[in-house]
Design a protein around this ligand. Structure first.
Ligand code: N01
Length: 533
């Protein structure tokens, strides 16, 4: 029997925080559906349930602004919420706004095909659904396609292996187990201290050391909460006018304008600030001037040497090959202190890389390690990975994967030439991953809603962008990055964390106010860089 297709207006891909908001935003006017791969809502905060998973932006900020009652009523227990609280919040929002009836869980989108004759997208899902719709909102997440090491011998390994995005629901009994964790990014730095406490022995396999600072997480005090709730609307508006969509304390002086004593005082205050990222904005030029960055990097290395007792281990933990902030600055709860425990060891796999799983553990070029449990905290095929894992065929039969073979091309991070009526939220070359993602995601969804509203009002069937617009956006993105030190590390920001991935720097770092102005300017300028028909 031929499958029956449903005809709708919009298909939303992903029920993470942006996808959930998109469901809420679009359902009133349009017939919609939302496909979600997981069997629950929350996206990042559904998948990343490893021990220690926690956000590093204050929860009073990192939360929805679209509903005054919601933001007044919701109570965050801590400054930086743990994953279970974020997942609970996502579920609360889904229930409170009755979003679930439009969300199909455990039903990943498999393919998207644009029919240029009818100007409709055909969506096929893993469960066999076939939806025909006019618009696609891809809220697929910047960090949702896990990067799994593909060393040989995995099947021969007799222990347990967990990627941090696939953590089991039932508690793991590790007390008699030798655990190995691969990677030292934000995820590992959160998980490792807890795994060290719970296991017999923890071995950390480090390829590149990370910079990290203490999170200063604590219960949310009532005065702070009250102050935020009384001023929410002004603060949310203010947040959108900041560079990174976050109300951290921005500096007024460059490093060179301070005496060494002033520099130290500012850096000590930043370290103790209990506010994430304060080191990256210790001076106006930390991310734009290598000398200023060196001052901050050396300060952070000094902290590592102070905290870690064994000088050899401390030296191994000190990043020396890239500027602080060029890889995502990590926030920890006792990461460096963990290396003072007797049951923790650090293995450097830069010069002697891991080459294989063995029956009993891992093999590097110079040793074998016996492990009962292996945790792969090896990160993500970021920004492009989630979309490239879907088979997406655009207007002229072009496949997105082919189009992006040498790196992603987009206009403003939300459209790709040849893929009409497909809008990305936090797409490659948008500010998404370096901005506070809930509030910037809400802004992007509202912006796309405005574009769709205009198309409908003006009677257009489709909107596309052009290769010229993509080139001019690439120039803007590269221009912004070239004034910074962001591209001076191999990271998921530039795809160099994945062997063979091409792309260059994939995030817009010109600041959110400029980003908004450019997007809004294009619309006001009669959709400059876009083709409507
Ligand atoms: O991933 P990562 P993550 N052999 O890519 C190593 C957000 N986040 O999941 O640096 C050996 O940062 C890799 O080594 P190298 C946040 O935006 C936020 O930790 O490529 N090692 C690296 O050490 C973050 O930036 C929060 O040399 C291998 C690690 O694995 C983003 O998610 C919490 C390897 C991967 O680090 C990603 O963080 C958690 C190999 N073959 C995450 N392959 C908060 O809000 C990879 N590695 C606090």
């Amino acid at each position: 029997m031929a499958e029956r297709a449903e005809e709708l207006d919009i298909a939303i891909i992903g029920a993470g925080f942006s996808g959930l908001y998109a469901v809420h935003k679009f359902r009133e006017k349009y017939k919609i559906v939302c496909f979600e791969a997981g069997d629950g809502v929350g996206g990042t905060w559904y998948w990343n349930r490893y021990p220690g998973a926690r956000v590093d932006i204050e929860s009073v900020e990192y939360s929805y602004s679209f509903d005054e009652e919601l933001q007044q009523e919701w109570k965050w227990p801590e400054y930086f919420s743990a994953q279970p609280d974020l997942e609970r919040y996502a579920n609360h929002v889904a229930d409170r706004f009755d979003l679930r009836k439009d969300i199909r869980l455990s039903n990943a989108v498999k393919s998207l095909r644009f029919d240029a004759d009818t100007n409709r997208w055909h969506v096929h899902s893993e469960n066999g659904d076939h939806v025909i719709c006019k618009y696609i909102i891809a809220a697929t997440g910047a960090l949702s396609a896990p990067n799994m090491p593909d060393w040989p011998g995995r099947d021969a390994y007799t222990g347990e292996i967990y990627h941090t995005t696939q953590w089991p629901d039932e508690p793991l009994d590790l007390k008699d187990k030798r655990v190995g964790i691969i990677g030292t990014g934000s995820t590992s730095i959160q998980a490792a201290p807890i795994l060290a406490e719970r296991s017999k022995h923890l071995t950390v396999f480090q390829r590149t050391p990370a910079f990290s600072m203490p999170s200063g997480n604590r219960p949310l005090d009532e005065e702070h909460e009250r102050e935020w709730k009384e001023n929410y609307s002004e603060r949310r508006a203010q947040i959108l006018n900041t560079y990174g969509v976050s109300l951290i304390e921005y500096p007024t002086k460059a490093a060179g304008e301070c005496t060494p004593e002033e520099q130290t005082a500012i850096l000590e205050a930043g370290w103790a600030s209990k506010s994430a990222f304060q080191l990256m904005v210790a001076f106006t030029d930390v991310m734009t001037n290598r000398n200023a960055n060196d001052v901050v990097s050396e300060f952070a290395r000094g902290k590592i040497r102070d905290i870690v007792d064994d000088p050899e281990t401390a030296e191994k933990l000190c990043p020396k090959d890239y500027p602080i902030g060029a890889k995502r600055l990590c926030i920890d709860n006792g990461y460096y202190e963990m290396y003072n425990r007797d049951n923790v060891s650090l293995v450097d796999v830069k010069d002697a890389p891991i080459t294989a799983f063995t029956e009993t553990g891992l093999k590097t070029t110079d040793a074998s390690h016996d492990l009962d449990v292996i945790v792969t905290a090896t990160g993500f095929d970021a920004l492009t990975g989630a979309l490239n894992r879907i088979d997406i065929q655009g207007a002229n039969g072009i496949n997105l994967r082919d189009k992006w073979r040498d790196g992603p091309t987009t206009a403003y991070g939300f459209m790709v030439a040849g893929f009409p009526n497909l809008f990305m939220i936090h797409g490659p070359l948008s500010p998404g991953a370096l901005a506070q993602m809930i509030t910037s995601g809400e802004w992007q969804v509202d912006f796309v809603a405005g574009v769709i509203g205009d198309l409908e009002n003006d009677g257009y069937a489709r909107i596309d962008t052009t290769e010229a617009a993509e080139q001019s956006w690439a120039a803007e993105v590269n221009g912004a990055a070239s004034h910074t030190v962001y591209d001076l590390a191999d990271s998921w920001y530039n795809g160099k964390n994945i062997d063979g991935k091409k792309g260059g720097f994939m995030i817009y770092v010109g600041g959110f106010p400029r980003y908004r102005a450019l997007c809004e300017g294009a619309v006001k300028n009669d959709y400059e860089g876009f083709l409507r028909s």
